[in-house]
Design a protein around this ligand. Structure first.
Ligand code: ATP
Length: 331
């Protein structure tokens, strides 16, 4: 029995977490969930959206599945997601984007992976109000963080049979910060002669992605560009409801969907659990539970192929109907 932390989140988090736990239980995979609440709901009792017990639980179990957690705007709390990534040093954010069966999108054959640096850049949270008309945010890029994310991207490419790693920057404008990221990529790339290299500016990348995403394979980006581009690529495969992600560090890994807590559809039995389920499937692979990962993935694909899906990807099924259909298709 493997013990995993489950952060069930807020907004649609609890609904999609329940769906995934039901599917996992029905599949027979031996996972013991250690459920940890976080986010807006716990502030009243614990004074913070991310109590220490959550961090301790992940440190103990080494692996977590995380539903979206809202950070209240403007109440002095640091983003739960950013804090979690920093505390656990989850330096690599990986977002695979591949077409799903029967989910109609503009392009077929999208199969790319966004590897985003997760710990610095404008997300370091170094901001100041200079005066009432001016605010500043500092963009921090270090050689150490750039090197480990670029190496991670190349290692990922080698392990997963990928052919190319393309670095994405705006080094023509941010010559020092993005320039350092690009230089570091070039140095690291020398250690991987079998992987094709490519350099692109982030604006050009965005244009090319919406023209023909099949031109791209593995993309490695600093934090902010990675955040924006991975939402764009989520759109290429059917939107946030199907976009999975993982945050990987040296000791721990947290698997989570790209989407937020979607408060607009909370409690309406409308939420698509696919992104969290795909994140859970990746988590099973990380735990070497390949047979169960495949079993659940097959059931998901069979369900989508039969035309049963939630409203966000063109169907009529409720969260419960979709979940039950996946369970029926587990063989
Ligand atoms: P955050 O700032 O936390 O990323 P956000 O408001 O930018 O949140 P989401 O909460 O991800 O973004 O929601 C964006 C839109 O996508 C909303 O209209 C929401 O209903 C929809 N959406 C997000 N996730 C899902 C899902 N799993 N199923 C169906 N619709 C979803």
């Amino acid at each position: 029995m493997k013990r995993v932390t489950l952060i069930n989140g807020d907004g649609i988090g609890p609904e999609i977490s329940d769906a995934v736990m039901k599917i996992f239980t029905a599949s027979g995979v031996e996972i013991e969930w250690e459920i940890q609440t976080a986010g807006e709901n716990v502030i009243a009792y614990e004074g913070t959206p991310l109590p220490n017990r959550v961090i301790e639980s992940i440190k103990r179990n080494k692996v977590a599945l995380k539903a979206p957690v809202t950070t209240p705007i403007g109440k002095g709390f640091r983003s739960v997601n950013v804090q979690l990534r920093k505390e656990l040093d989850l330096y690599a954010n990986i977002r695979p984007c591949k077409n799903l069966p029967s989910v109609k999108t503009r392009f077929d054959n999208v199969d790319l992976v966004v590897v985003r640096e997760n710990t610095e850049d404008l997300y370091a949270g170094i901001e100041r109000q200079v005066d009432e008309n001016t605010a500043e945010s500092i963009k921090v890029i270090t050689k150490k963080a750039s090197e480990r994310i670029c190496r991670f991207a190349f290692e990922y490419a080698v392990k997963n049979g990928r052919k190319e790693v393309c670095v994405v920057t705006k080094a023509n404008i941010m010559k020092l910060s993005d320039g350092l990221f690009l230089d570091t990529y070039r140095k690291v790339s020398e250690d991987y002669p079998t992987i094709k290299k490519r350099e692109i500016l982030v604006d050009n990348l965005c244009m090319q992605l919406v023209q023909d995403p099949t031109r791209f394979d593995v993309l490695v980006l600093p934090n902010l560009y990675g955040d924006i581009v991975s939402d764009l690529t989520a759109g290429l495969i059917g939107g946030l409801g199907v976009a999975q992600g993982a945050n990987i560090g040296l000791d721990c890994a947290v698997f989570e969907p790209v989407h937020g807590s979607a408060p607009d559809i909370k409690g309406q039995n409308k939420a698509n659990p696919t992104a969290l389920l795909l994140s859970g499937i990746e988590m099973l692979k990380y735990l070497n539970e390949f047979d169960y990962a495949q079993k659940i993935e097959k059931a998901l694909f069979k369900t989508l192929q039969s035309g049963i899906c939630t409203v966000d990807i063109g169907g009529h099924a409720t969260t419960t109907e979709f979940t039950d259909a996946i369970i029926k298709n587990l063989v």
